[in-house]
Design a binder for this molecule. Structure first.
Ligand code: ATP
Ligand code: MG
Ligand code: MG
Ligand code: MG
Length: 476
């Protein structure tokens, strides 16, 4: 099956179970100060779980654009190095708001994976929450009971609070979850050891594909759990990982979601993709980073967040610059390049996220402009980096600041380049230099805007005018 057919099969399946199929929420979260980017399918339904709003339909399914590059979920460093973590990915999800619960959710996930999608039953495992009497959390014997009707008992594995108990925050709705994993080891590896069919869940070839969360408690301020009157189901399955297993691959990059883009980069760079994951597989890592990062950047811009100097805009600029540096240093590409991937990307997503196709030209133009700006200083910045005096493997904070301020190197790019050489960066020193610069800018602006600014005795700015905001924004 193609990836497009697999996505459709998921949505059609839940439609046949009476779910309403809704569009993805934007990847950028403009209204929620606690969350910069959407990082899970449930984000847009938060108010239903909190009881602030009542859904017009109790069963919903969709595919959600997610981004995990900041906050609690930050997978940026894994990208390109492993074959299962992306910055932007699609999370397939089905929800029950006070409707069906564990029995149906588990039975349907099994039906979809094994009847509809025909995944091999003997390679599937489920984890269930083991409970923690100390905190008064009960073991999820219900979920285990439903799984044991389907799976042999030794394929149902207990998991701890970290992996198998989901909480929205310190207080609020929460509950145990059950995660489905698939064993992708070769038959040869599986048969090598006695008890071969059983897995170590930490084996990188055993891949988590689907999380089913059962929201059934409310965590109160005193830490106690009380049962919720309404119980909910919240699930998330990594679309790229599902396609990977469906297409018999060991990495998401080897699927039809990414390979056409990798093939295009091979042509443009004259380099061959070798499917290698070692630290020294520089051009392979670079190709994976580029095909991953362009999606994050393109969809964030299409959803209305331009690259900029602060907040979400700076996160996107950092990702974009990271990709530029990868193609410049490891793929031998010295001209703006990311933007040339946009037409193909827009076509691939036309049927599912049409917002990119609709703004294809503008998005490509913005990316090209960003690339040009950074490429103007990149070569000199790299030369400067190569010339740095490094003492005891440590790059001075002042030097990292010059790279940032003069050459536009985000600190995480400098850190990455340092790591490649086995160096570290004095990040505290960098922060200090950055703060000093901000203070200078603030003082200058205070002089400039006169009446608009009141200073308290400790030089702390209490009220600032709009000019000040503009200055701050440009310096962060
Ligand atoms: P992992 O342990 O692999 O990092 P997770 O436990 O953090 O995944 P969940 O928060 O449970 O992930 O999200 C639900 C599903 O989304 C996961 O089971 C996985 O299939 C998928 N997923 C999570 N993070 C990523 C990512 N960075 N890239 C691609 N898919 C992901
Ligand atoms: Mg994770
Ligand atoms: Mg996990
Ligand atoms: Mg998980």
């Amino acid at each position: 099956m193609t990836s497009t057919e697999i996505r459709q099969a998921f949505l059609d399946f839940f439609k046949s179970k009476d779910h309403k199929i809704v569009p993805s929420a934007p990847i950028v979260n403009k209204d929620d100060p606690t969350l910069m980017f959407t990082n899970a399918g449930m984000n847009q339904f938060k108010d239903y779980f909190l009881g602030n709003q009542v859904p017009d339909k109790r069963r919903i399914a969709d595919t959600q654009k997610c981004l995990r590059v900041s906050g609690k979920h930050n997978d940026l460093e894994e990208v390109g190095r492993d074959g299962t973590h992306h910055t932007m990915f699609e999370m397939l999800g089905n929800w029950s708001f006070g409707d069906y619960f564990k029995k149906e959710a588990i039975a349907w996930s099994w039906e979809l994976l094994t009847d509809v999608l025909k995944l091999p039953k003997d390679r599937l495992y489920a984890t269930v929450f083991e409970g923690d009497a100390g905190e008064g959390l009960p073991e999820d014997s219900e979920a285990r009971g439903f799984w044991e009707k389907i799976l042999p008992a030794d394929h149902v594995i207990n998991g701890n609070k970290k992996d198998n108990f989901w909480e929205m925050g310190d207080t609020g709705p929460c509950g145990p979850c059950t995660e489905i994993h698939i064993d992708l080891r070769s038959d040869e590896d599986r048969l090598k050891v006695p008890g071969h069919e059983l897995v170590n869940m930490d084996d990188p070839e055993v891949v988590e594909i689907w999380n089913n969360v059962f929201i059934q408690f409310n965590r109160k301020a005193d830490g106690k759990l009380e049962p919720l009157p309404e119980k909910h189901v919240d699930t998330g399955m990594g679309f790229e990982r599902l396609v990977m297993v469906m297409q018999g691959k060991k990495a998401t990059y080897d699927t039809d979601i990414f390979m056409p883009f990798i093939n295009y980069i091979e042509k443009q760079s004259g380099l061959k993709y070798q499917h290698r994951y070692a630290e020294d597989a520089k051009s392979d890592i670079a190709m994976r980073v580029v095909v991953d990062h362009i999606r994050a950047v393109a969809f964030t811009i299409a959803d209305g967040q331009l690259p900029g100097n602060s907040g979400a805009g700076y996160v996107i600029r950092r990702i974009l610059r990271r990709a530029v540096r990868y193609y410049y240093s490891f793929l031998n590409i010295k001209e703006p390049f990311l933007h040339t991937l946009i037409p193909q990307l827009a076509d691939y997503f036309q049927g599912v996220f049409p917002e990119l196709k609709a703004q294809q030209v503008q998005v490509a133009r913005i990316i090209e402009g960003e690339e040009k700006t950074f490429l103007n200083t990149l070569e000199n910045g790299i030369a400067r980096f190569e010339d740095l005096e490094v003492t005891d493997g440590l790059i001075a904070g002042e030097d990292a600041f010059v790279l940032y301020d003069t050459y536009g190197f985000p600190i995480d790019l400098t850190r990455l380049m340092a790591e490649e050489k086995g160096y570290r960066v004095d990040e505290k020193g960098f922060e200090k230099a950055l703060q000093e610069q901000k203070d200078r800018a603030r003082a200058d602006a205070a002089k400039a805007v006169g009446d608009w600014t009141e200073l308290r005795s400790g030089e702390e700015v209490e009220f600032v005018g709009y000019d000040q905001l503009a200055v701050d924004d440009a310096r962060i």
